[in-house]
Design a protein. Structure first.
Length: 163
């Protein structure tokens, strides 16, 4: 059961690339996700996301993604730093939402992804904003202002053995 990806935008920042300082930041965040002593800042943490390629069918990742908790679930957003296009992992999740894994607090977890919409999107957006630091909010607001595409929120829920 896949979800329909939102359309890309018509303008935005260049797609982020893992080079230079951004490579170091990404490596640090991946290390944090694999640590059993991972830290969070105002409820925001990092997880390592591995998906199955939408076109190739091959494993892709891991990539570091920020998250907030919503009960037992993880909420992530496909900001791509305000780029015109969604990150590739977003399209991979849309094509194969039941074949993703995350690593957080040193634990590898199979998850199922769903895209939030309607009242649930409004509720979770308000909760994410309430849990986030001012710095995180300024960053997300800059990303929203940089592009005309909708920045999707994705719920990752632990998959059960029978899924």
């Amino acid at each position: 059961m896949s979800f329909q990806p939102l359309p890309n935008g018509t303008y935005g920042r260049p797609q982020p690339r893992a080079v230079g300082i951004w490579r170091l930041v990404g490596d640090y965040l991946l290390k944090q996700a694999h640590s059993t002593r991972a830290t969070r800042f105002r409820g925001v943490g990092a997880l390592a996301l591995t998906t199955i390629g939408a076109k190739s069918g091959l494993e892709r990742g891991p990539v570091p993604v920020g998250f907030v908790r919503d009960g037992d679930d993880w909420i992530i957003t496909a900001t791509a730093a305000g780029a015109t296009h969604h990150p590739s992992w977003y399209f991979n999740l849309a094509a194969h939402p039941d074949r993703a894994t995350i690593v957080t607090n040193g634990e590898r977890i199979r998850v199922t992804a769903t895209q939030l919409s309607g009242e649930e999107l409004a509720r979770v957006t308000a909760e994410v904003r309430a849990k986030s630091s001012r710095m995180t909010l300024r960053t997300i607001d800059r990303y929203r202002a940089a592009t005309d595409r909708e920045l999707p929120l994705i719920r990752l829920r632990r998959a059960h053995a029978h899924d």
